[in-house]
Design a protein around this ligand. Structure first.
Ligand code: ZN
Length: 118
């Protein structure tokens, strides 16, 4: 691997920070759906039993869903990047198997593909 240990440590730091932020944000609108790390399902507050309350709950759920999907997708990317770091395959484009430009990784540590394959 061409990434020097110092840079790799910094990238890992960024990934862990991003993971924590994503989990915090997800925790507000979702709950873990299973034991699998990074698997969430959206929640909504139980406001009340009236029809109006139920409509509000459904609306909230509908509002949260796309946000939850986006956050969860991002969290999966971050978890996968951390996993690749453990395996020593981090920083390799999953499409063309070339090394991903270090500047691209610094800008987006969970990038899976190089600039050409993006
Ligand atoms: Zn590529």
């Amino acid at each position: 691997m061409a990434i020097d240990p110092q840079t790799l440590a910094e990238l890992k730091e960024s990934l862990l920070k991003e993971k924590e932020e994503l989990e915090n944000n997800l925790g507000r609108i979702a709950k873990p759906a299973s034991d699998k790390e990074g698997d969430y399902e959206p929640t909504f507050e139980d406001i009340g039993r009236d029809i109006d309350d139920n409509i509000t709950e459904v609306e909230q759920f509908t509002d949260n869903l796309p946000v939850e999907i986006t956050l969860q997708k991002k969290l999966q990317d971050v978890l996968e990047a951390l996993e690749r770091m453990d395996k020593g395959t981090y920083g390799v484009c999953e499409n063309c198997h070339q090394e991903i430009d270090i500047e691209r990784l610094k800008a987006n540590p969970s990038a899976k593909t190089c600039i050409k394959c993006r």
